[in-house]
Design a protein around this ligand. Sequence first.
Ligand SMILES: *Cc1c(COP(=O)(O)O)cnc(C)c1O
Length: 422
Amino acid sequence: MLGLEYAKQLDQKDPLASYKAEFYLPSDGIYLDGNSLGLLSKRAEQALLQSLEDWKKNGIDGWTEGAEPWFYFSEKLGKMSAPLIGAKEGEVVVTGSISVNLHQMLSTFYKPDGKRTKILADELAFPTDIYAVKSQLALKGMDTQENLKLIKSKDGHTLDEDDIITEMTSDVALILLPSVLYRSGQLLDMKKLTAAAHERGIIIGFDLAHSMGAVPHELHDWGVDFAVWCNYKYLNNGPGGVGGLFVHQKHFGKAPGLAGWFGSDKNKQFDMEHQFSPSEHAGAYQIGTPHVLSAAPLLGSLSLFEEVGIKAIREKSLALTQFLMELLEQEKLHEVFTMINPKENERRGGHVALQHEEAARICKALKENKIIPDFRSPNIIRLAPIAFYTSYEDVWKFVQTLKKIMDEKTYEKFENTRNVVA
Ligand SMILES: *Cc1c(COP(=O)(O)O)cnc(C)c1O
């Protein structure tokens, strides 16, 4: 029997337990939605305030003076992010958002050539990824029906790596896949998929939205061509916080599809020439002036990741989701919900996903009990216990509350519809 005492013991032994005090937890609740919007840390708050201070004191000179000169800020944050994805210095820059960076990467790497014209993605992909792919196909004058190949899921929740590899046919020019599927939380074998793509002469890139800051990566060693992510989920950079991109060193010098002056070689940028001289690094794929105030919190947040290391974060994250799954089973909730996330550690990202017809209103009942879950239409509840700020006791309390809600059917007083943002 896994009880409250046991949860408390796990917290006592947890080397990351002290980090909870570094975060602001909304209204003393249990926050399980850090995979949609991570919470504010005191360090992130401090870093944002510092950037305002630099502006206050320096005005335009803040670009080159002050605590963090803004002119070099995106590259500095990129360098600090690199260990989270196993990148070399210069392969990462903090810029844009997933949607914008996808457009940048697709316009740079998608080069239909002869019979190789197709983009391979999956039918479970996040909508914005598919919108970006379709508009990039259209911009290249390609028929979007014919040239977008979507890998099918057998169970509606997960993908089989061997099915993906089977679809890597000689007409495929580029592959875009998630590292972790946003609904089921399945972690794909990026190393295997990259090797298979390259054996077939295909460019491959990943959307790391649900693995960045949760799972270690070895993007450089695996040879991944490009990757994009946001920093407002597990990286706790705040609402709409600036995202990031990775371009493998072997592609340095490749002309950006969407050129802008902040992609310039820094020494030449202010020469104001009409001839674009791109940076020799991933910085070349930036477009316009960096959104400094929306990147500043990341400096504080990344200092937490630097201190702890992604390995320790992954270990605790796996232990938390494992504990959650065990408790759900102990309370027989696995008979009430369908658990759609993979159970194996090497195939599971940072969240557990439960399917239930009444999911929308079960989430409302949880919120009434100060527990913040994440709802994905039409019927999925995502639960992300976060290594930095979720305790084992929180997980235990969550499961007890869920059990009560299901036993007493208190969710029935709410409507089973999603809110505008869900
Ligand atoms: C969150 C998320 C996005 C969001 O894209 P933005 O451009 O940052 O709004 C895109 N793709 C996936 C897989 C996501 O989970």
